[in-house]
Design a protein around this ligand. Structure first.
Ligand code: NDP
Length: 293
């Protein structure tokens, strides 16, 4: 199976990437270095994660050509607005130490101030036209947010990065993305958010159906979940700071799930979101300053 996805503007993106949410800044360069040495070529970070500098440092130290690594980062809501978002690009590019960003996305919709979200997206369109970013997209956009965005802007987002794991599959969001040739990129793809609080009764890693499939292939639950995303055409960006897990999560290209198994995994959906409700995101509750350096 091909490990890249062609975005709706023709740009090629690795399907399986590496996430760094909650990776402490001091550990980021090492985790990303391990990921690059393992073979990952897509790194997903965000201005709000505070670790873009570590991502850039690891890419430069890897010896890989800049063109061989696909860098994705996100604008935080506090930097929405046309000029503000152009400036957010400068901040992220400076911290990453790059001239161009491969995929630049809006981290959340601001439903109560959608006009501001639109101005931020228009800044992304401008950066795209100027060649400073190779593709643009969104994250946590629900169908109503996408509809309003598509109505008021020119460039269809290449990617919508949303929570997708076997316990929360968002079929409607995925269908709307597909209708517009927007790639659904799964965050918390192995259900990290179902186990952050250490409760195994809510954790995808302890799910008996997933473990039964894993046992059949001599693979882990995480590997089965990642295979499910790839075979269903999604991009996935698992995170780990542990070298053995970083390698495990990339070792998914030597087995194939059956159609029945894919459907079994789809059927585990509990319809309960782990992340914040996208409609409830406001500057008052989630705003925070993104430093210049
Ligand atoms: P993941 O589904 O990637 O799971 C990560 C968690 O699972 C960590 O606690 C990690 O711990 C653990 N883990 C990793 N690999 C394994 C394994 N093989 N077996 C058992 N446990 C494992 O969740 P995330 O929430 O981190 O999501 C991934 C990425 O998605 C983020 O890093 C970020 O880039 C993006 N994201 C985007 C959001 C958005 O709003 N756009 C929101 C949340 C995430 P350890 O590190 O100790 O191995």
């Amino acid at each position: 199976m091909n490990n890249t996805i062609t975005l709706n503007n023709g740009v090629e993106m690795p399907a399986l990437g590496f996430g760094v949410f909650q990776t402490p800044p001091a550990e980021t360069a090492e985790a990303v270095a391990t990921a690059l040495a393992t073979g990952y070529r897509l790194i997903d970070t965000a201005a709000a994660y505070g670790n873009e500098r570590g991502v850039g440092d690891a890419i430069r130290a890897s010896g890989l050509a800049r063109d061989d690594v696909f860098i994705e980062t996100k604008v935080w809501i506090s930097d929405y607005g046309y000029d503000e978002t152009l400036h957010a690009f400068e901040k992220s590019a400076r911290k990453l130490g790059v001239d161009a960003i491969d995929l630049f996305i809006l981290h959340q919709a601001l439903p109560g101030e959608f006009e501001r979200t639109i101005r931020a997206y228009r800044a992304l369109e401008r950066l795209l036209a100027d060649g400073q970013v190779r593709a643009i997209g969104v994250s946590n956009f629900m169908p109503a947010h996408l509809a309003s965005l598509l109505e008021q802007t020119e460039v269809v987002p290449a990617v919508n990065q949303v929570e997708v794991h076997p316990y929360f599959t968002q079929p409607l969001v995925q269908a709307v993305d597909a209708e517009h040739s927007i790639v659904t990129q799964a965050w918390s793809p192995i259900g990290g958010i179902t186990s952050y609080r250490g409760d195994s009764s809510t954790s995808t890693f302890a799910d008996p159906a997933i473990l039964a499939i894993a046992e059949k292939y001599g693979k882990s639950a995480a590997q089965v979940m990642l295979r499910w995303h790839l075979q269903e055409g999604r991009s996935a960006i698992p995170k780990s700071v542990k070298p053995e897990r970083i390698r495990e999560n990339f070792d998914v290209f030597d087995f194939e799930l059956t159609g029945d198994e894919l459907r079994q995994l789809d059927a585990l959906d509990r319809g309960v979101r782990g992340g914040p409700e996208p409609e409830a995101i406001t500057l008052e509750s989630f705003g925070r300053d993104i430093p210049e350096d």
